[in-house]
Design a protein. Structure first.
Length: 435
């Protein structure tokens, strides 16, 4: 959105047809290795368009460009430009001035936040707002600090202006983004204060953020989540491992007991909060006891959902210099085990919601059911229901009749049904606003 906004204000028009484009730009992420393979394959496909129209400029932007610029240029001679995550501002100038030789700009800039560039939004119900860039944590498995630079926060005034503009455009839910989003501090405004100030903006109904770091989840932030009615009762809280030994090797900065206490604090302050997490299995040195500790923590916390990965080495990181000691077959077995556990946990949690009533913010048509709509509950659960009246942006009361591990299936509820469910304690409604 930032790239489109900047190029649009500099005379470039967006097209959805690659064959009609003068510039083909792939925006990339370097966090996972398979993303690189996919990008290389896609560049090969797009190169055929360039072969028929030599003046087309084909380029790569983002953190993968920062990470693999040299070998990409060697392997893909048809690529015209490579720009890292702090070089988007130069794109119009570079595109207009390109004459033959490929250009590369992957310098990291600790002062670049793009705070003055208005993103080009797509009119969706949910709006994404980057509140900080980079990371200072340097976890031993993570490449982010090396490809996105150090932490820097955007000015709160600029962020609040973005949120007001989103509200004016019909956006009903705002999501704050940052690699360690709850470490936000612009020098005067911290993360908790930003949440409270955003809560006062008219037109915005829901506030979310991702991804926080457990070490930066302060009592003030927890209090803001509990006291601001627009901040959703849902949190993605990456743990990565349930073993203190592995967490220390990862240099995560917390212990399992500290993480448990944080979960307890969150659940005490925000009853019913939905928690999701990230888990890596097969980290260098992880033995059977370490893995069992991760499984035990997952069972204890009972996450609503989780992103589960087997470890793969990323060059530039500290862990890439260590022996990848867990065999691939064992990594796969451990990954399958935690996936099966999480699927069962998620399915059980969803089934417990049958008969309850939820506020669903409508996002659009359901993918698999004609004539049905889909949206999210405050707890970020996907719900589908039949309706020919509600529209994207409406908030509809939905009674859950059935559930899978990933989707609540229901029907619109009358206010009377909602009140009855509330009286029985079977409701997650915070503010009932029938669509």
């Amino acid at each position: 959105e930032t790239i489109f906004g900047h190029l649009g204000r500099n005379g470039f028009a967006r097209t959805t047809d690659p064959a009609a484009a003068d510039v083909l730009l792939l925006n990339t992420c370097a966090i996972r290795e398979n993303a690189e393979d996919r990008i290389i394959g896609r560049l090969g496909q797009l190169s055929r368009l360039k072969a028929g129209r030599p003046n087309v400029q084909l380029g790569i932007a983002g953190c993968m460009a920062q990470h693999v610029r040299d070998r990409l240029m060697d392997r893909l001679p048809f690529v015209d430009f490579v720009v890292g995550p702090d070089a988007y501002r130069r794109l119009p100038e570079l595109l207009r001035g390109a004459v033959g030789d490929p250009f590369v700009d992957v310098r990291l800039d600790r002062n670049e936040t793009y705070a003055d560039i208005a993103p080009a939004r797509d009119g969706a119900v949910r709006g994404w707002v980057t509140i900080m860039r980079g990371c200072d944590k340097f976890c031993t498995f993570c490449i982010v600090p090396y490809v996105r630079g150090r932490e820097r926060s955007l000015p709160a005034a600029a962020l609040l202006d973005q949120v007001r503009a989103l509200a004016a455009d019909g956006v009903r839910e705002v999501v704050f983004l940052g690699q360690t989003v709850n470490a936000y501090h612009d020098g005067t405004t911290d993360f908790a204060t930003l949440l409270r100030r955003t809560n006062d903006i008219e037109g915005i109904e829901r506030i979310r953020f991702t991804s926080p770091h457990p070490s930066d989840m302060t009592p003030a932030a927890i209090a803001a989540m509990a006291e601001c009615e627009k901040v959703c009762p849902q949190l993605h809280l990456p743990v990565q491992s349930g073993s203190d030994r592995v967490l220390a090797r990862m240099e995560r900065g917390y212990t399992v007991d500290a993480y448990r206490r944080l979960v307890d604090d969150l659940r005490r302050a925000i009853p019913g909060i939905a928690l999701s997490t990230d888990i890596i299995v097969g980290f260098p040195g992880e033995d059977a006891q370490d893995f069992d500790a991760t499984v035990a923590l997952m069972e204890e916390v009972g996450y609503d959902s989780a992103f589960l990965f087997q470890y793969s080495q990323r060059s530039m990181t500290k862990a890439s210099k260590w022996e990848d000691s867990v065999p691939a077959e064992e990594k796969g077995r451990r990954l399958r085990a935690v996936i099966d556990l999480q699927e069962a946990t998620s399915a059980a949690a969803q089934r417990r919601l049958i008969g309850t009533v939820h506020e669903v913010l409508v996002e659009g048509p359901a993918r698999k059911r004609s004539g049905w709509l889909a949206g999210k509950t405050p707890h970020f659960r996907t719900a589908v229901f039949p309706s020919d009246v509600a529209r994207p942006g409406d908030t509809v009361l939905v009674r859950v009749d059935d559930a899978t591990a990933h989707t609540l299936i229901g029907r619109p509820a009358t206010a009377e049904v909602a009140r009855a469910a509330a009286g029985s304690g079977a409701t997650e409604i915070r503010t009932a606003t029938p669509g």
